[in-house]
Structure formats: structure tokens, C-alpha cells
Design a protein around this ligand. Structure first.
Ligand SMILES: Nc1ncnc2c1ncn2[C@@H]1O[C@H](COP(=O)(O)OP(=O)(O)O)[C@@H](O)[C@H]1O
Ligand SMILES: [Mg+2]
Length: 241
């Protein structure tokens, strides 16, 4: 199977606080990898290192066979192929839903304005929010905002989408809406890397689960292996809390 992302001996320090320690991880094309672990163990930092929002202290990130450490790498070109969805949506409040969605593809000359609008409206229609195209984010519910944020990522046709706790700011109803959309995204076969505390969701959607604790990967395996036969004390404790 083709590897889309290879992380080798990744280390990240903030000052002398070591946040990621010797992380090795491989993700194949089409996999859905869930990262789980206690708060503060380094999950968000790992995602931010993958797209170089945080520059790793040591180690390699190889995305679609390109080592991001190489001097001539255009990180902005790489980032177009890596979508990122955040807990707090990060929509621009002064732009309408439609303007938020078409901003990146038009600014980067990936789509002309007319095509971008057409694709954005189709995507909005697919999630039942076409009538909200000219609304501002402040006029939407949290679940609607997050679904728009996901659509905004999809219009860039990324090869990998990373989600950092996409439902943890949402109530159960909205969580369901967002998970429903993520399930449809999964059906397209796109590679997904997801940080989530919704264990039922992890079990249902993951092809691989990675458990982190204190900056290290402690265990990884299929959902069955991780949930039914956890090996480490740290993982057993995590499930008991
Ligand atoms: N920009 C930063 N500067 C200093 N420390 C940070 C920074 N970002 C994260 N950390 C620290 O790194 C550790 C891991 O944080 P984070 O990756 O956000 O964990 P998680 O997402 O698993 O909750 C925490 O101890 C956090 O305080
Ligand atoms: Mg986090």
C-alpha cells in the first residue's frame, strides 16, 4: 500500500520542555487514523508539526514522498494538500459562509471565481446549508460552523485531512451532525488523521488507532486491538478514567 505520510523520529521541544519524543508513524493512502490520549500528551502539537505550523526540533515528516525538511520545499504548496479542521472552526467572522469557502481556492488561483462559487454551492447543498451561503459565521450554530469549516477544507481537494477534536466544542446533537459529515467524507476514501475523544466514533470509523501518552506513542493497532486488548498500563488507565 502506498504511504502518504511517514514520520520518523520526530521530536518537539518548547524551550526545554520536551513535548514529542521519538515519534514514528506511517499512514497509508486511504487510512483513517485516530489519535487518542490524555489532555496535554502532545496530540495537537503532532498535527501542527505535520503541516509545519510548529517546526519540529528533530526528525522527518515525509508527505507524498517529499521530506518537508528539504530546503527547497514550498510549505504552502504542501499545506494545500493537507486540510486542517480545528476544534474552534476558525472561520473568518467578517466573511460570509460562501466567501469563507471560496477564499483559499480563488486567492491561490486554484479555481476561478465562477467555478469556486459553483463548487462551494454544490458542497453547501450536499450538507443542506445552501440557504446559509450569504450568512455570516456568527449567525450559524456551532455544528453548522464546523460543517462549513469541513467544506472549506474539501474544496481544496486535499490528499489528507487532519481534524483536531472537531466535535469537542459541540453539544450532542451538533456532534452527531458533524460526525455524519465526517462519515460521508470517509466514504470518499480520503486519508484522515483525527484527534477525538468520542470513543464510539473512533471504533466505528478508525482503520488504525494510535494511543499517545506524555509525548510518546505507547501503542497502535486496529480498533479491536486497542479497545478489546489494550496492552499498556497507561492505555488501560486512560480507558478507566
Ligand atoms: N506554543 C507552545 N508553547 C509552549 N508549550 C506548548 C505550546 N503548545 C503546546 N505546549 C505544551 O505542549 C504539551 C502538549 O500540548 P498539546 O499538543 O496541545 O496536547 P494535547 O493536544 O494532547 O492536549 C502541553 O504540555 C502544552 O502545554
Ligand atoms: Mg489538543
Amino acid at each position: 500500500m502506498e504511504k502518504i505520510l511517514v514520520i520518523k523520529n520526530l521530536n518537539m521541544k518548547f524551550g526545554n520542555h520536551s513535548v514529542l519524543k521519538d515519534i514514528d508513524l506511517e499512514i497509508n493512502q486511504g487510512e483513517r487514523v485516530f489519535l487518542i490520549g490524555p489532555s496535554g500528551c502532545g496530540k495537537s502539537t503532532l498535527l501542527r508539526c505535520i503541516n509545519h505550523l510548529n517546526k519540529p526540533t528533530k526528525g522527518d515528516i515525509i508527505f507524498q514522498n517529499i521530506n518537508l525538511n528539504k530546503k527547497d520545499v514550498d510549505i504552502n504548496l504542501i499545506r494545500r494538500k493537507m486540510g486542517m479542521v480545528f476544534q474552534t472552526f476558525n472561520l473568518f467572522p467578517h466573511l460570509t459562509v460562501l466567501e469563507n469557502i471560496i477564499l483559499a481556492p480563488t486567492k491561490l488561483n486554484i479555481l476561478d471565481n465562477k467555478t469556486a462559487i459553483k463548487e462551494a454551492l454544490e458542497l453547501l447543498d450536499s450538507i443542506g446549508l445552501k440557504d446559509k451561503a450569504n450568512f455570516y459565521p456568527g449567525e450559524l450554530s456551532g455544528g453548522q460552523k464546523q460543517r462549513v469549516a469541513i467544506i472549506r477544507t474539501l474544496i481544496m481537494k486535499p490528499s489528507l485531512i487532519m481534524f483536531d477534536e472537531p466535535t469537542s466544542a459541540l453539544d450532542p446533537m451538533m456532534t452527531k451532525e458533524v460526525m455524519g459529515l465526517m462519515e460521508s467524507v470517509a466514504k470518499t476514501g480520503i486519508t484522515m488523521l483525527i484527534v477525538s475523544h468520542e470513543m464510539e466514533f473512533v471504533k466505528e470509523l478508525a482503520t488504525k488507532v494510535v494511543f499517545m501518552d506524555k509525548g510518546k506513542i505507547i501503542e497502535e493497532g486496529t480498533p479491536q486491538e486497542i479497545f478489546e486488548r489494550p496492552k499498556s498500563l497507561a492505555l488501560k488507565e486512560f480507558f478507566n478514567n
